[in-house]
Design a protein around this ligand. Structure first.
Ligand SMILES: CC(C)(COP(=O)(O)OP(=O)(O)OC[C@H]1O[C@@H](n2cnc3c(N)ncnc32)[C@H](O)[C@@H]1OP(=O)(O)O)[C@@H](O)C(=O)NCCC(=O)NCCS
Length: 171
């Protein structure tokens, strides 16, 4: 059965709802060998909450967080894009180990692009799409982004865990 994912904007929650959601996020675990690809989910959400340019989201299924992702403006060069401002950066993306392999990563990556388009419309900041970089040795990440319509825009050697692919999807 097709599942539905909902990207919940953590910054828009009231204090109580945010505390509950962060509690769920604190329980998310990565799989064996995945820690080199992404940071700690709770820590990434707390950092994003403190920064105006970052928009942290819980990936929710049936009202519970199964993953996280962050959209950031003005930071696309961190993924090897030639400038910072023309596109959104998607970062800190993960689906908890116990929820992986059900298509949720693909759905969440797709939803992130729609969410970024909405942010652009609301903020009037004019971005054209979403970019991210993914490690060449991360087949799950590469497959999920490809299935969500991201295209390979070449190699980026900036990552600390080895060469990355630059993946882009226009709105
Ligand atoms: C990358 C990630 C978000 C994918 O989430 P997911 O919910 O498991 O992804 P999906 O179920 O949508 O799978 C997408 C595709 O990847 C494939 N895939 C998943 N894990 C894989 C693996 N370890 N090796 C090879 N292919 C894999 C799936 O088979 C699927 O393709 P298919 O439908 O043709 O079979 C998840 O694995 C994750 O959180 N990994 C750790 C953090 C990370 O690497 N984040 C990305 C940093 S850029």
């Amino acid at each position: 059965m097709a599942e539905h994912v909902w990207l919940l904007p953590i910054k828009n929650l009231d204090d109580d709802a945010r505390a509950v959601k962060l509690g769920e996020i604190a329980l998310l675990e990565l799989g064996e060998g995945q820690r080199k690809f992404v940071g700690d989910p709770l820590r990434m959400m707390l950092i994003a909450l403190e920064e105006e340019s970052r928009y942290p989201f819980a990936v929710d299924v049936n009202g519970t967080a199964v993953g996280v992702l962050t959209l950031q403006r003005g930071a696309a060069t961190l993924a090897g894009w030639p400038d910072d401002d023309s596109v959104w950066l998607l970062r800190g993306f993960l689906i908890g180990r116990q929820h992986q392999g059900r298509g949720l990563g693909t759905l969440a990556a797709d939803a992130a692009v729609r969410e970024a388009a909405k942010l652009t419309a609301g903020l009037g900041t004019g971005q054209a799409g979403v970019v991210l970089s993914v490690n060449e040795g991360n087949p799950g990440g590469l497959a999920a982004y490809r299935k969500a319509g991201f295209e390979d825009r070449g190699r980026y050697d900036g990552g600390d865990a080895g060469p990355q692919r630059i993946m882009y999807r226009a709105f």
